[in-house]
Design a protein around this ligand. Structure first.
Ligand code: KG4
Ligand code: ZN
Length: 355
C-alpha cells in the first residue's frame, strides 16, 4: 500500500527549499536553493531581497521537486509549509504558495513551526522515540528543550542575546571569512591552536540552561584589534577560529549538562540527547557533545548535515507527523514572524528584561 506523501516548503530566511517526503522516511526529493549570491554584496541577509528571491524561485523549485518525485499534485496527502518564525516577506511567499496548492488540489494544509521542523528532523533520519533532550542551534536560535512529543515542548533555556549561529557568522566576518560563517570557521579551525587566545566562556558554571554569546563575540573583536597591525594573518585566523570554536563547545556542553540533569529527573529511562539546526552540522561540536553524552550515559543523536541546515524535507516530515495526529490548518492561518515552541516558557532575563 502506498503511504502518506507530503510536499514541504521552506522560505523562513535565505534558503528557498521544496521537498517531497513519505511516511516511510523516504525522501523523494529535497531541493535547496541558497540565496548566498543575492545577499553577498550586503554582507548579510536583506529581508526584502530574500522575499523577492523566494518569489522568483519557489514555483520552479516546487515543480522540479514534484518532477523528481515523479508525482502529480493530486497524489499529495498534504502540503506542509514553514509558517514562522522568520522574515515575514519570505514567510508570506511560502505560505501563500502552499495555500494555493492546498486549495487548488483539495489537499490538507499544514502550517509548521520552522523550529518544530528542526526539532523533529532527527525522527526523519532515524526511528527515535520521544522524549529526548534537544539542543537547537541555528542562526536565529539557541535553545535547550525537552521534546515530549509532537507539539509538546518544554523550553529549559534560551539565549539572552545572540544565537550561536549568529555568533559564528559575526566572528567569521571579523576574521575576514565569508558568510555563512559556521562552515568557514570550522574549516579555518582545523589547522588552528585552540589554546592560543584565552576567550571567555559566558555563563559557564552557572546554574540553569540559558546561553549568552555577545561577550564572546566582543572578545574576538578585541583580540583582532590588539593584533600587531590590527588585522589577523592566516595563522591568527586559524588560531582565533579554533579558540572561538573551543569556547562555543565548552559553553554548549556546560549548559547541556544542566539540561541532562533536569531531564533525568523527568524521564529517568530516556537517555537521548539530540542536537539539530544549522550549527549541528559542525563536526567538532558534535564530537564534543558526543563525549558529554557518554559521560552522562546518554546517546547523542544528530541528523545528517544536510538535514541540519535549513531544508524543506524536515518541514514535510513535521507535516507528516502532524497529519498522523489528525492535525491540519485552516486556509486562513497567518504567517508568524515570532512563534515560540513553548509559549509557556518563563521569559529569559536579558535584552532589557530583569531576571
Ligand atoms: O538552521 P539554519 O540553516 O538556519 C536557521 O534556521 O537559522 O542555521 C544557519 C546557521 C548559520 O548561522 C550558519 O553559520 C550555521 O548555521 N552553520 C554552522 C555550520 N554550518 C552552518 N555553524 C557552525 N559550523 C558549521 N559547520
Ligand atoms: Zn533553521
Amino acid at each position: 500500500m502506498r503511504g502518506v506523501i507530503v510536499l514541504g516548503i521552506e522560505t523562513t530566511c535565505d534558503e528557498t527549499a521544496a521537498a517531497v517526503v513519505a511516511d516511510d522516511r523516504s525522501v523523494r526529493a529535497n531541493l535547496v536553493f541558497s540565496q548566498l549570491a543575492e545577499h553577498a554584496p550586503y554582507g548579510g541577509v536583506v529581508p526584502e531581497v530574500a522575499a523577492r528571491a523566494h518569489l522568483d524561485r519557489l514555483d520552479g523549485l516546487i515543480e522540479d521537486a514534484m518532477a523528481e518525485a515523479a508525482l502529480g499534485f493530486a497524489e499529495l496527502d498534504g502540503v506542509a509549509v514553514s509558517a514562522g518564525p522568520g522574515l515575514i516577506g519570505g514567510l508570506l511567499v511560502g505560505l501563500m504558495t502552499a495555500k494555493a496548492i492546498a486549495l487548488a488540489h483539495r489537499t490538507p494544509l499544514l502550517a509548521v513551526n520552522h523550529l518544530e521542523g528542526h526539532a523533529l528532523s532527527v525522527r526523519l533520519s532515524e526511528d527515535l522515540q520521544f522524549p529526548y533532550v534537544l539542543l537547537l542551534v541555528t542562526g536565529g536560535h539557541c535553545q535547550l528543550l525537552i521534546v515530549r512529543g509532537v507539539a509538546e515542548y518544554r523550553r529549559l533555556g534560551t539565549t539572552l542575546d545572540d544565537a550561536v549561529g549568529e555568533a559564528f557568522d559575526k566572528a567569521a566576518k571579523m576574521l575576514g571569512l565569508g558568510y555563512p560563517g559556521g562552515p568557514a570557521i570550522e574549516r579555518a579551525a582545523q589547522s588552528g591552536d585552540a589554546t592560543r587566545f584565552p576567550l571567555p566562556r559566558p555563563l559557564k558554571g552557572r546554574a540553569g540552561c540559558h546561553f549568552s554569546f555577545s561577550g564572546l563575540k566582543t572578545a574576538v573583536r578585541r583580540a583582532v584589534e590588539t593584533l600587531p597591525g590590527g588585522a589577523p594573518g592566516a595563522a591568527e585566523v586559524a588560531d582565533l577560529a579554533a579558540s572561538f570554536q573551543a569556547a562555543v563547545g565548552d559553553v554548549l556542553c556546560d549548559r547541556t549538562a544542566n539540561a541532562l540533569a533536569v531531564f533525568r529527573e523527568e524521564a529517568p529511562g530516556a537517555r537521548r540527547l539530540v542536537v539539530a539546526g544549522g550549527v549541528a552540522a559542525n563536526a567538532y561540536l558534535r564530537t564534543r557533545l558526543s563525549e558529554l553524552a557518554d559521560t552522562y550515559g546518554f546517546d547523542l543523536i544528530a541528523p545528517p548535515a544536510a538535514l541540519c541546515t535549513d531544508n524543506a524535507a524536515m518541514i514535510a516530515w513535521a507535516g507528516i507527523e502532524r497529519l498522523g495526529l489528525g492535525l491540519r490548518d485552516e486556509l486562513s492561518c497567518p504567517a508568524r514572524a515570532r512563534w515560540p515552541l513553548d509559549a509557556d516558557a518563563p521569559p529569559a532575563p536579558g535584552a532589557g528584561v530583569k531576571a
